[in-house]
Ligand binder design. Structure first.
Ligand SMILES: [Zn+2]
Length: 429
């Protein structure tokens, strides 16, 4: 048993007793003989945060990589062996990489995810000149340019499977106060499902698990829409499971809503991203799982590249709520910032790196976005979880009271995290 003394709940300061995996008592409590006690000093005690859309394996892999979002400079590093880099938005072939790193083999993933670029050393090691893979781009002389299109499987085959540091990722999430996540990777092999369940302490909902009972991921490709009958058939195929549909463009959303009307929506249906929502469709949407963090890291690019028609409709939040819909925030890590507190700030500010604000009207208070993070993984329309007797002890203790955390949502505020009553982060002493 653990007694959390002097913690702050919405109803005021009190004590909370945890026994096994449950919260068993809330009130003015006294310490039982032999009971472990943690003094909260008036810090807020929250239910653990939920990230409703991320990609665990890709995030773990990305954290083992060099980040080249701001340029290829980090590739010049000394050391030995393969260099893996992610987030490149530049353009170029092996010569561009050779100019920065000639000695070590290098592979750089383009930010789009569809393209890898390798330097000459890497091409030689993998003997790509002998490959007949259609994704190996060649120059006029038949030599590989270093650009590999949609060749993840080929690279996996040639390089062997790397085991990503999932335990390290689980710990990092615990440090951020995250006790449950929905992995949104479309298709997970049974081995990957077992690996994820065995490696991270967080509660998991896996949209790509072919044998699960939760929502199942469907991807509507951003630039190659399925036909209407195809989409209807896909939706019918996954029933009785709910659908979690990746939907980014205006056209995709219109097609999807028509198909869902024909098939019928059920509890648990959700739209991933809904990046562009035309005003006339507000009020007709299943639950939207949005990513305010994209506004922070891609906001300036959106302002430069997204059409004037789409810009006001981008990553809507408040207007969906006002129309009576449900919206919950998520990170989409590794493609957006994984820190939920940064996501809360992004939902409140909608500010790009340059300081420009995107669709001011769509801003929501931190309290509203936090409410979304506290909803159960399996039912995004249910009320936020609360610290009450009988609740599962997935808990986050903050250094500060709730109001201060709402004013300054920062990861540094997290002091301890428990999952199923077990301490997974922090020093309770
Ligand atoms: Zn995603």
């Amino acid at each position: 048993m653990t007694l959390l003394l002097d913690v702050e709940l919405p109803e005021g300061r009190c004590d909370v007793r945890v026994d096994g995996r449950l919260v068993v008592e809330v009130g003015q409590l006294s310490r039982a003989a032999g009971e472990e006690a943690v003094n909260g000093n008036g810090g807020a005690l929250l239910p653990g945060l939920h990230d409703h859309h991320l990609h665990l394996l890709a995030t773990a892999a990305a954290s083992a990589s060099v980040d080249v979002r701001d340029g290829l400079g980090p590739l010049a590093s000394a050391g030995e062996g393969w260099l893996r880099a992610v987030g490149w938005s530049g353009d170029g072939d092996r010569h561009v990489l050779d100019a920065v790193q000639r000695r070590r083999p290098v592979r750089v993933q383009h930010g789009s995810g569809a393209l890898w670029v390798l330097n000459t050393e890497a091409i030689g090691l993998l003997q790509l000149d002998r490959s007949d893979h259609p994704g190996v781009e060649r120059d006029a002389h038949g030599q590989p340019t270093g650009r590999l299109w949609r060749a993840d499987a080929l690279l996996g085959e040639l390089l062997g499977r790397e085991t990503p540091d999932l335990a390290g990722l689980g710990l990092r999430l615990a440090q951020l106060g995250v006790t449950g996540v929905t992995d949104a990777t479309p298709a997970l092999e049974p081995g990957a499902v077992r690996l994820l369940r065995a490696s991270v302490p967080q509660k998991l909902q896996l949209l790509g698990d072919a044998v699960g009972t939760g929502p199942r991921k469907i991807v509507i490709a951003d630039h190659a829409l399925p036909s209407y009958p195809e989409l209807v058939a896909q939706l019918r195929d996954i029933r009785p499971r709910a659908a979690a549909i990746h939907c980014v463009t205006r056209e995709a959303l219109i097609l999807l809503l028509a198909a869902m009307e024909e098939v019928g929506t059920i509890l648990g249906d959700r739209i991933e991203h809904a990046a562009v929502i035309p005003e006339e469709l507000l009020g007709h949407l299943p639950t939207v799982v949005t990513q305010p963090g994209f506004l922070t890291c891609h906001g300036d690019r959106y302002r430069a590249e997204v059409s004037d028609d789409d810009l006001p409709d981008l990553y809507r939040y408040r207007s969906v709520l006002q129309a009576g819909g449900h919206v919950v925030p998520s990170s989409d890590a590794p493609y957006g910032p994984i820190d939920p507190w940064q996501v809360l700030r992004a939902a409140r500010d909608r500010r790009a790196a340059s300081g420009a604000v995107l669709s001011r009207f769509e801003r929501v208070p931190v309290r509203v976005a936090l409410d979304g993070m506290l909803r159960p993984l399996a039912d995004l329309t249910a009320p936020a979880r609360a610290v009450v007797g009988g609740a599962v002890a997935d808990l986050v203790l903050l250094h500060v009271p709730r109001d201060e955390a709402l004013d300054h949502p920062e990861a540094d505020n997290v002091r301890c995290t428990w999952i199923d009553g077990g301490l997974v982060h922090g020093d309770p002493g």
